[in-house]
Design a protein around this ligand. Structure first.
Ligand SMILES: Cc1cc2nc3c(=O)[nH]c(=O)nc-3n(C[C@H](O)[C@H](O)[C@H](O)COP(=O)(O)OP(=O)(O)OC[C@H]3O[C@@H](n4cnc5c(N)ncnc54)[C@H](O)[C@@H]3O)c2cc1C
Length: 381
């Protein structure tokens, strides 16, 4: 069996590696000439994502390139400490969630795939596919095409594959927030190692952590009309954080601000697969980044899909099994993450209520390990 994988983000290379382990040949097709990502942004690879990477033998380099961040401390914009919660739950061997530069994570999973002999073709933007029943052909913008037995979409939240698979599928929902980030090296900005600080500011949300290198890695979520993009984000952000009782405005002032992304998630899709084509990762179930789970879910998908394809020669039965196993979990994460995003975009009245309720909410999370369903989930090949 030959699988065509569309997209070389996080899920694409992970899926190719998982398939290779089960003896299925795979080739990746990526729209861009390279997978280089903006240097200013970083993401959280949660303990469950690290565990899934371990199944693929690809966790070590992620662990060494990332920084362990097992705790999150929440603050209000007035400087009040609202509480603390675990950022993931340690695995049995003590592994905790890690924060890693997005560019490093993309490079590592891509290099791991290459080291397994997987072919990656760049500059191949899928425009359509043709499922003849016996095979599937992917057609690319450069006029070339490729034929395989199955096509696996790992082409992200704005998936072209999804649009063709089910033209009536719900579109990504804008969360009302733009995400921006950056980093700065200044000893003045200190922070407790291993802690993600999350500040529910008066007008916007600010998160930061201090890396072992002394750099402060930060991101901001700014409530904003979709498409309302200023020529320069920095003054807009500085103004948004001006009245908060922390160093957010100053950190931003001294940083180069990386590109802004509008945050979307995806309502539940009626179908994840049709014929020889299946959706995975963000293409199937994009979540807002607030729960820090999107990348981890894409890696879990990779492992589960490969196992399902190994279990039966009938690709339809395998896709069905994959969807059955994954749908409930991913939809629960998307819903959970959306609740947090709504808190970040709260208006003035909701904000007062949120700041009052947050300590109770955090206490519940901290005391009951109530998120173990998310962080201790394990997948196997
Ligand atoms: C601001 C922000 C912060 C985030 N923070 C976190 C976090 O802390 N933790 C976390 O786990 N997740 C986070 N996420 C989510 C995470 O980045 C995604 O869930 C994850 O990257 C999904 O992997 P994927 O492989 O499905 O898609 P992607 O990583 O988006 O990869 C899709 C790939 O497909 C390619 N592509 C697109 N269209 C085509 C086409 N037509 N033909 C060929 N190739 C195509 C793209 O160029 C890209 O390389 C964050 C997301 C955002 C926007």
């Amino acid at each position: 069996m030959k699988a065509l994988i569309i997209g070389c983000g996080i899920g694409g290379p992970a899926t190719a590696m998982a398939l290779r382990k089960t003896g299925i040949d795979a080739e990746i097709f990526e729209a861009y000439p390279d997978t280089a990502e903006s240097v200013g942004s970083f993401l959280n690879v949660a303990s469950n994502g690290l565990d899934a990477l371990r199944v693929l033998g690809a966790h070590r380099r992620v662990l060494s390139a990332g920084i362990p961040t097992p705790r999150m401390v929440m603050w209000s914009g007035t400087g009040k400490r609202l509480g603390e919660v675990a950022n993931g739950l340690a695995l049995d061997d003590g592994t905790v969630s890690h924060t890693i530069l997005r560019a490093d994570l993309y490079r590592i999973v891509r290099d791991e795939a290459l080291s397994h002999g997987i072919k990656i073709s760049y500059g191949k933007r899928l425009v359509s596919f043709d499922d003849t029943g016996d095979q599937v052909t992917a057609r690319f913008e450069d006029g070339t095409q490729e034929t395989g037995d199955i096509l696996i979409a790992a082409d992200g939240v704005h998936s072209r594959t999804r649009a063709q698979l089910d033209p009536s599928a719900p579109k990504p929902r804008y969360s009302g927030l733009y995400s921006l980030g950056g980093l700065v090296h200044d000893p003045k900005f200190t922070g407790e190692p291993g802690v993600y600080n999350m500040v529910f500011g008066k007008r916007a949300f600010f998160g930061y952590t201090v890396a072992a290198s002394g750099e402060t890695w930060w991101f901001a979520n700014l409530p904003r009309e979709l498409g309302d993009v200023p020529a320069d984000w920095k003054p807009v952000l500085v103004e948004a954080f001006r009245d908060d009782a922390n160093f957010s405005a100053e950190v931003i002032e001294r940083s180069e601000v990386a590109s802004a992304l509008p945050i979307h998630d995806l309502p539940p899709l009626p179908t994840w697969h049709k014929g020889r084509v299946v959706l995975t990762g963000d293409a199937a179930h994009a979540t807002s980044p607030s729960a820090g789970q999107g990348a981890s879910l894409a890696i879990e998908d990779a492992v589960v899909l490969a196992r399902c394809l190994r279990a039966t020669k009938d690709h339809r039965a395998a896709f069905e099994r994959f969807e059955n196993e994954r749908r409930g979990r991913v939809e629960k994460v998307v819903a959970y993450s959306r609740t947090i995003s709504n808190n970040k975009a709260a208006g003035p009245v909701a904000r007062v209520f949120r700041d009052l309720m947050m300590p109770l909410f955090l206490k519940k999370l901290a005391s009951q390990e109530s998120l173990s369903w998310m962080y201790r989930h394990q997948v196997s090949l």
